[in-house]
Design a protein around this ligand. Sequence first.
Ligand code: ADP
Ligand code: MG
Length: 696
Amino acid sequence: DDKQTYKDSQKFSDHMQNIDAVSDFALEKSIKEQREYLPVFAVRQSMLNVIRDNNVVIIVGETGSGKTTQLTQYLYESGYGDHGTIGCTQPRRVAAMSVAARVAEEMGVPLGNECGYAIRFEDKTSDKTVIKYMTDGILLRECLSDPDLDHYSVIIMDEAHERSVNTDVLFGLLREVVARRSDLKLIVTSATMDAEKFADFFGGNTPVFRIPGRTFKVDTFHRNAPVEDYVDEAIKQAIQIHLGAVDGDILIFMPGQEDIEVTSALITEKLNGLDSAPPLAVLPIYSQLPSEKQSKIFQRAPGGIRKCIVATNIAETSLTVDGIFFVIDPGFCKMKVFNSKVGMDALQVYPISQASANQRSGRAGRTGPGQCFRLYTTRQFKDEMLVTTVPEIQRTNLANVVLLLKSLQVDDLLKFHFMDPPPQENMMNSMYTLWTLGALDNAGNLTDMGRQMADFPLDPSLSKMLIVAAEMGCSEEILSIVSMLSVPSIFIRPKGREEEADSRKEKFQVSESDHLSLLNVYNEWKKKKYSSRWCKDNFIQAKAMTRAREVRGQLQEIMESNKLALVSSGTDWDIVRKCICSAYFPNATRLKGIGEYVSLRTGIPCFLHPTSSLFGMGYTPDYVVYHELIMTTKEYMQCVTAVEGVWLAELGPMFYSLKEQALTFNERMRETVRANESMEDQLRNSEASKAQMSTQ
Ligand code: ADP
Ligand code: MG
């Protein structure tokens, strides 16, 4: 059966063998016993009563109390699924998939039947689906075609404390929807105590239901002095715990995939070097890890050996693993923050907040008294960490959100009901981005281009590229490129065979463009009838390619329903480069030295990434555009295409010739903002004076 083939195919994978050692051991308790042991089970009926009597309910409970997996099932068992879907949103894709799989298992149904999930480009639901887990982004897009969300009987906004941009926008939209639909139940769940704020947002009478927790004492240890390298320290700490006498699994938090991989590999390596060290199952989890490997963290290691989970923020509140007694917390996480220096969002490592630190230590006290090792000092905790994390909406570019709200006819964004409004500067920046792409007109209204762009579940520049491609006559090519950009890296470099892999990769590379190199791979694969054998021979990730093909199919459907022509430019790849330029012109850079460019817009130096086809080829075009910037020791351009200077002037006049036009736009927007503010002030004053009059 499926599971067996999966296990067999695992044997091929040559890295992370320790993951494979953890297999599906029979669980100690039956599913029923596990469900009834959860804290939420004790309050099942009183919680359902509160939901019955109110349209909006805030539910607060410790991580692991059973909110995400049980609430949907309780509602289903009480008949809420009879007249509509029970939807549950998650800020993270991994959580949506993992939790849906768990709930399907608890219900004893195949995933995708009664219980399913939907994430971008992947819909695992069917006509039968009553419980639907999805990312908040999916529900937000559903609002576009169904503003009243009529086919839902219940919407659970889970993990609301995460305050993702999409959740925050949904808050504003759903507040209106519940006012219009008395038959809809809205449940907002949170692991932290900001519940009152949520309740206030939905109106003073919104009840807050608290699930009594079952938590044990956690001893928290700080460092006496700041540590130099948190990866090293975490490894040492983990080994020390493992060699100690006390049983219990270990959870290490790391900011991102690279740190997780290094940490996992080094812990295993160091233990192998010790003669009498007991075995340890080191299990990584991060969003790009294949989902079968992700689920390993929940399973028991063979022979009940100790597990050491190395996780991103996902293990902070989204996923709960039982049996953790030790937490190692370096105090960092990766966050997307608008970086004014480079003029775009950047994913960077930042100190976590005090609230996050406390959530993390809480993970050690779920099954019994635990210990948390913080790799920072008490002083760092107090002085360098914010009390709570700044909501994403206040720190990122909102171009996508603006596009979506404008399509929902929310014309005056400054009047939209945000729980915490984004800074005006953010809003303006985002509107400016959209204006440069032609999605907004000079008055800030949605253009035809903008309306079409909103139909694609993509970043605005990629949507724009697809639309322009239809006019330019290269949409078949751009469809493949955009799809390839939507999946994780396709090239594999197995240990010991790096040179072979590199020389295969070189054969696909197009010297003037990484985008065209991706197109090349896709076309070759298509010529070979989408063969996975071919992928294997060429050191290409077959799964990622299959995914790209699925994404391509979905994007093609959107093109067709928008009557955008599907045309191929044949062998003329200059047109494709020009089309790429039409979307990426804000990311244009000019040659400065070998491998070094300088941004035309911000003036900062940008470097070719060593993985780029343009790197070290001796071919140095005067201008290139890039897909994104990666910030490590330097600003590296990821996925680069050579463009002509004249294209930039033609396609991005607001940047590269008529600078005044840009200023005019910004100035105009500022005036609008000022006008609105003074209007609001006047209104407020007149309302205040009215109120005064009525009390007199
Ligand atoms: P909450 O949402 O309140 O944090 P959950 O509903 O996510 O709680 O978790 C309830 C229980 O379900 C936990 O004990 C957790 O370990 C278990 N659980 C969740 N997902 C899985 C899974 N994929 N496999 C095994 N157990 C799981
Ligand atoms: Mg949860």
